[in-house]
Design a protein around this ligand. Sequence first.
Ligand code: EPU
Length: 434
Amino acid sequence: MYYTVEKGVRKQMEHLVITGQKQLSGEVFISGAKNAVVAIIPAAIMAKGKCVIENLPYIEDVRSLVDTLTNIGAVCEFTGDNSLIIDSSNIEKYCATYESVKKIRASYYLMGAFLGRFKKAEVAMPGGCNFGTRPIDQHLRGFKALGAEYTIQHGVVKLSAEKLTGSHIYLDMPSVGATINIMLAASMAEGVTLIENAAKEPHIVDTANFLNMLGAKIKGAGTDVIKITGVSELHGAEYMIIPDQIEAGTYMIAAAMAGGDVTVRNIIPKHMDPLSAKLQEIGCMLYEGDDSIRVVSTGNLLPTTVKTMAYPGFPTDLQPQMTALLCAANGTSILTENVWENRFQYINELKRLGGNITVEGRVAVVEGVRQLMGAEVNATDLRAGAALVIAGLAAKGTTTIGNVKYIDRGYEKIEHKLRAIGADVKRVGEKNIG
Ligand code: EPU
């Protein structure tokens, strides 16, 4: 039973209840990409004018960012139809407190956006998922190269620059966050910035496309050299967010796990290539359409090896879901996590469901088991939560998953989408239990 005690009253916390072993079939419509929208909403701070963001995912990270923007004076309006209007014309503040950013890791994009617009920023160090140290040294190094000074006091990063000047920045590793953050600030610097060893993820390209719609001059996003010619002002625009590669992948893995026939729609199939190749390798049939992939699985799966890597490698954000899937394969699989130093905390929870997994450093060895069994488990972060949902879909009996707040950070209406393809998933709400 998941509960907290508040003022002496026991409170049952929200959780998901899954009755496993239902075959999945039908269609799932994928929402806009979380990791694009969490960069694009802060980017809208730099525009003097209305930005209309379409294909918006209604997820907790979006709500938190919109609250933060509202607090600094932006006018934000959800218009229905999955769209959001942001008008930052009249904002004057360049501060985001810990209270407003503690829930989301991607609040670091406020630094680049404030710096671009105001040449100053005060942003509390971000919160969000916790899987090991998540340094931002590459972001700060980039800002410094553009001419900003910074201090970090009591967990608040303060940046300021007389002016920002284009520079040549070579990243130590292809960091998604640093690439986007530098792109944001450099869009409003004087002169040309080159980012080398840049990250190439689809959301980098999406953020660059959005900035270009606002009047920025960015070339080369999606390759490892990005050239940004600074401009003095950005204006409003309408923009449609790309589909979420990781949400799509999560449902594809769920279909593979539950021996189903599921079509994921509103996706860019090319973004799914690293996962599609693995699913085919382990015995699933995939049929690709223009904006869809149909996954057919007998549930009879072969083991494999997976190594996470920056795009276009296998995404780390699908590693936990893949581990859950491989618990049901016939044999031994090996997963190597190359991006994050500590992204295996969820393994203990998978073990509660009967997973046979050993972890040594960055490598997990998964021995396939005949049957996962339902149990009470807790999401330890967003994708870990998705992995537990996938395991619960195949487990015998009932699985209850606590800490749903993590899952809600990145998956829109997960229980509705799963129910639509035949899963038995309920959300049990918060209530006082005495
Ligand atoms: N790194 C540094 N210094 C830095 C930045 C990164 O050492 O200044 C290291 C990190 O410690 C990590 C690696 O570089 O080992 C890659 O980090 P990156 O900066 O690429 O990650 P991020 O921008 O913090 C984004 C996604 C993550 C996703 C990673 C990798 C967003 C908001 N988050 O994080 O998504 O895992 O890229 O693809 O875009 C998720 O959606 O569940 C999630 C965690």
